[in-house]
Design a binder for this molecule. Structure first.
Ligand SMILES: [Zn+2]
Length: 234
């Protein structure tokens, strides 16, 4: 079966082209400053999966889902809120941590993540459920773990043990999420052999770099850091 193509669109936005021909977007903030111009207006979207409700992750979800009529998977509160923002109410697209949702031939599992999840509306923060990570299993059985925004936490070991991801997509920018030192420990806990870093370089505040991450590594792990628009095959 063909390989899975994981394309970094800057910040935490990814396009995944599966062996079965599906085009999946994770956290499609396509207006982020590093998203290549030609990636800002997708020609096709089959599925969107969201880690949490912050603007820099929800991004253009509503407009894309309306345009392509594609499902949007998110935790219950976030998915419920999106149905007040123009998406149809769809219980099958609202999930929570620990179970696996099968849709369009792929499997999506929400994992734990340590962060927050809200949107600023009418002068205050509206709670959008707990933030999550995502394990995406494509038709070939390849598994990609998107940590979402999180610090490192010990239960990443459980994610490694249960799902055995082929690649881990980790935030490394620091300030709001793991920095390179924490990301290196996360890779040890996950026991994963490959990492695609994200959530860095978007703004000066997100200062962590792939090289710093490499300098902290304690295990054999390849850190593959494409430029925005670059693709890693898994
Ligand atoms: Zn973020």
């Amino acid at each position: 079966m063909a390989e899975t193509a994981v394309t970094w669109l800057g910040h935490s936005a990814f396009r995944i082209d599966t062996p079965g021909g599906k085009r999946i977007y994770v956290d499609p903030w396509l207006e982020n400053p590093n998203c290549p111009e030609e990636e800002r207006t997708p020609e096709r979207v089959d599925l969107i999966a969201l880690t949490h409700g912050h603007d820099d992750h929800v991004g253009q979800t509503v407009g894309l889902a309306q345009r392509f009529g594609c499902p949007v998977l998110g935790v219950v509160e976030l998915r419920g809120w999106l149905s007040t923002q123009g998406l149809p109410e769809e219980m099958t697209e609202a999930a929570n941590k620990g179970g696996t949702v099968e849709t369009h031939g792929v499997k999506v599992t929400f994992t734990d993540a340590k962060h927050s999840s809200s949107t600023f509306q009418d002068g205050s923060f509206l709670y959008l459920g707990e933030p999550a990570g995502i394990v995406l299993e494509v038709e070939s059985g390849t598994k990609i773990y998107f940590a979402g925004d999180t610090c490192v936490f010990g239960d990443m070991q459980l994610i490694g043990r249960i799902y055995r991801p082929d690649v881990a997509v980790l935030p490394i920018g620091g300030h709001y999420t793991m920095d390179p030192r924490e990301a290196a420990v996360a890779l040890e806990l996950l026991g994963v052999g490959r990492c695609i870093p994200c959530h860095y370089g978007t703004f000066p505040l997100l200062a962590g770099t792939p090289d710093e991450c490499r300098s902290f590594l304690t295990t054999a792990c390849e850190i593959v850091a494409p430029e925005p628009g670059g693709t890693v095959t898994v």
